[in-house]
Structures are given as structure tokens and as C-alpha cells.
Design a protein around this ligand. Structure first.
Ligand code: HEC
Ligand code: HEC
Length: 328
């Protein structure tokens, strides 16, 4: 289903009539450098996905939604070292930001086999190691029994006889996730020459580059594709769990640093509480094999780096009404 939506959306974009039953496409207002994601969601799917993203009724004990662990105001993280699922059991890693997730090639901290948002969603929805949402046919019935959802699904999938099903639920939540695009941080405004940063933040950027941070945290999303072991103390074998290769031990995906000031605690295991601790971690030369040599920072240099990292906070995006819980 998702692929049909995508193809038709794309066809509409290039001006060829697709099908009369396809509704208005999502309207993008993106800045230069932010191409519309390859997945082009429809307006109705996005609205439905938004509602479901915040709805706890899908969860086993009526207590957890995607938004429990991915809170909009925290750039879709949750402020916890590790969150708990519907049964109260802790998940094994720190919650990830969903900002600009549409541009990711793989999903999760250390899994290079998951390439789309729909496949990713199987773990939080149905996984039981531990249970996260714990969705089942019983919880699906709560959605089916809701008149409003029945109407909205019938509207979004007019050709289907029983449109309230997990395939469609996953497709519309993915459509909502694709729209979570943050492109108006002071850093973006600097790149577009709309606005200059403070001298201290500009110096911080140069230090960020000269210290080698931009070897991995580069480009518009401040990340390159790839998995590295940056020496974070952890019992988690990272990418090795999926690949079975010893050389992948302790390797994790390079995360974007967008909105990093609001996504503490940091790293795959939430082991570092503040950005100061992250800087200390790198300053201590965590991994000589990666040439992550240590460095000394004066108080002033540290302040510069922190000021640069602050530039990556897109306050407008974090408050966007269109991404918030629609029932509030
Ligand atoms: C109990 C907390 C919890 C819930 C509920 C939850 N997530 Fe997550 N999410 C996480 C954690 C933890 C990770 C990192 C998992 C890993 O790598 O092992 C993650 C990762 C992700 C990622 C990967 C992001 C990236 O950049 O690679 C996506 C996408 C995502 N979640 C979407 C969702 C959606 C959609 C839902 C609801 C259907 C959901 N999550 C529910 C905790 C949660
Ligand atoms: C060799 C690649 C590489 C270099 C160089 C690098 N990082 Fe990272 N960075 C990563 C990876 C991989 C992670 C995730 C590690 C983990 O979770 O164990 C990460 C995580 C982070 C995080 C936490 C992100 C989050 O969402 O929790 C911050 C902040 C950060 N890096 C800043 C920096 C700074 C500042 C520098 C330069 C001093 C730097 N990085 C250099 C690869 C790199």
C-alpha cells in the first residue's frame, strides 16, 4: 500500500494524472538543500498518522504511544536514559530523535538491515524483547471501535473494504514521520545567509571542524552514513549483534546533531548526561584506532563548541502545532 501512495504522489508531482481517487498531497514548505523526501505522503494519511502516533489505545495496557518515547518538544526523544514499554520493562537503548528521519538510509542505533520506516515500526509495535507498544488484534479492536477512526480510514483508503488494519496504520504513521522536517535552526539560517551567528558560535563551528568532529558529523544533517565505535563504555555489542562480525563490536550509527541541546541524555545507552560530558568523552581520546585523539579545551573553547551546538536547535520546529498531539 505504502508504495502505491509513494508512486502516485511522485507521478502527481511531475504533472501526470495518477488516479482520481488520490487526495491532495502533503504540501511541503522546505528550504533550499532540503529536497522533498522520496516518500511523498498524502495529507489525510499524515493527519491519521499523527493521531495514531499519540494514541495510547494501540498499546497492550493502554499506556504507551510512539509519542511516549518520542516527544515533539524534545525533538522526538524522551529525556530518559532508557524508556519503558507497556509492561514496564526497560528497552535496551536510548530513544532516538525522529527529526529528518525521512533522509535516513537505515533505522535504529545499530541495524544496517532496516531500510524503511515501515519495517522499523515492527519492533516498537509487535516486538516483545521487551514489549514496547505491544499492539495486537485486541488493541486494534479499540481503534476499529472508534467511529472517528473508522471514518478517517475510510476517507484515506476509499478503495478498501476494511481499511482499519495494521498495514494501513503503519503506512500512515510512517507518512507522519516523513513530515517531521526541521530546517530552520539558526545553523540553517546561517547557511542560507539569512542571519549571522554570534562570534562565539562561529568560532565553535571552526573548532568543531578542526577537532575532526565533522569527519562524522557533516553535511546538512550533521551526520555521515556509517557506524563507528567512539569508545562509549557499554556492554552493548552494537552492529555486531546484527552482522556477527567481530570488527563491528561497539559500532553505532552516527546520529544527527540537530536539536542536540534538547535530546539529553546522549549516546546509544544514554550514558552521558550533558553536552559537557560528551565533550569530555571526546577530549579524553576515546578511540585511538579511529584517530579520535584526545584534546585539551580551555573554558572559552568549550563555551564556543557549546554555542555552536546550540545553533542546531530549531525552536520553531519543536513547537510546531501541526506536529503536536491533535487531541490536546
Ligand atoms: C518504549 C519506547 C519506545 C516506543 C513506544 C517507540 N519507540 Fe521508537 N525508538 C525507541 C528506541 C529505544 C529506539 C532505538 C532502538 C534501537 O536502536 O535499538 C527507537 C528508534 C526509532 C526509530 C529509528 C530512528 C533512526 O533515526 O534510526 C524510529 C523511526 C522510531 N523509533 C519510530 C517509532 C514509532 C513510529 C513508534 C510507534 C509506533 C515508536 N518508535 C515507539 C523507543 C521507542
Ligand atoms: C568517527 C566518527 C565520529 C567523530 C569523529 C565524532 N563523532 Fe560524535 N558520534 C559518533 C557516533 C558513532 C555516535 C554515537 C555513539 C554511541 O552511541 O555509542 C556519536 C554521538 C555523538 C553525540 C551524541 C548524539 C546523541 O544523539 O546521543 C554528540 C553530541 C557528538 N557525537 C558530538 C561530537 C563532537 C562534538 C565531536 C568532535 C569532538 C564528535 N562527535 C566526533 C561518531 C563520531
Amino acid at each position: 500500500m505504502a508504495t502505491t501512495l509513494i508512486r502516485c504522489g511522485f507521478v502527481i508531482l511531475i504533472g501526470i494524472v495518477c488516479s482520481t481517487s488520490i487526495q491532495a498531497e502533503f504540501e511541503w514548505a522546505l528550504r533550499d538543500g532540503f529536497p522533498p523526501p522520496e516518500i511523498l505522503p498524502r495529507e489525510k494519511a499524515v493527519e491519521l498518522g499523527r493521531a495514531l502516533f499519540f494514541d495510547q489505545r494501540l498499546s497492550k495496557n493502554n499506556n504507551i504511544a510512539c509519542a511516549t518515547c518520542h516527544r515533539p518538544e524534545l525533538a522526538y526523544t524522551d529525556g530518559l536514559v532508557k524508556s519503558s514499554g507497556s509492561d514496564g520493562d526497560r528497552v535496551s537503548r536510548n530513544s532516538m530523535s525522529l527529526v529528518n528521519v525521512a533522509y535516513n538510509k537505515t533505522f535504529g542505533w545499530a541495524d544496517n538491515t532496516i531500510h524503511d520506516l515501515e519495517s522499523q515500526m515492527h519492533r516498537p509495535m509487535f516486538g516483545n524483547d521487551p514489549v514496547e507498544i505491544g499492539a495486537s488484534t485486541a488493541t486494534l479492536d479499540r481503534i476499529i471501535d472508534d467511529d472517528n477512526y473508522r471514518r478517517l480510514f475510510a476517507n484515506a483508503f476509499p478503495d478498501q473494504h476494511k481499511p482499519v488494519n495494521f498495514n494501513n496504520i503503519i503506512a500512515v504513521i510512517a507518512a507522519f514521520e516523513v513530515t517531521l522536517i526541521s530546517d530552520s535552526s539558526p545553523f540553517d539560517r546561517w547557511l542560507l545567509m539569512d542571519e549571522s551567528p554570534s562570534t562565539i558560535a562561529a568560532r565553535g563551528f571552526h573548532r568543531f571542524v578542526s577537532l575532526g568532529c565533522s569527519k562524522c558529523h557533516a553535511g546538512l544533517q550533521l551526520r555521515i552514513e556509517g557506524y563507528f565505535n567512539t569508545g562509549v563504555q557499554s556492554t552493548d555489542v552494537g552492529l555486531m549483534k546484527v552482522s556477527g562480525e567481530e570488527q563491528d563490536r561497539g559500532k553505532f550509527k552516527v546520529p544527527s546533531l540537530r536539536n542536540i541541546s534538547v535530546t539529553a541524555p546522549y549516546m546509544h545507552n544514554g550514558a552521558l548526561q550533558t553536552l559537557e560530558e560528551v565533550l569530555d568523552h571526546y577530549a579524553n581520546g576515546p578511540n585511538p584506532e579511529l584517530e579520535l585523539q584526545g584534546f585539551e579545551l580551555t573554558r572559552a573553547e568549550r563555551e564556543e563548541l557549546l554555542a555552536f551546538l546550540q545553533l542546531l536547535t530549531d525552536t520553531r520546529f519543536l513547537k510546531l502545532q501541526q506536529n503536536s498531539n491533535p487531541t490536546n
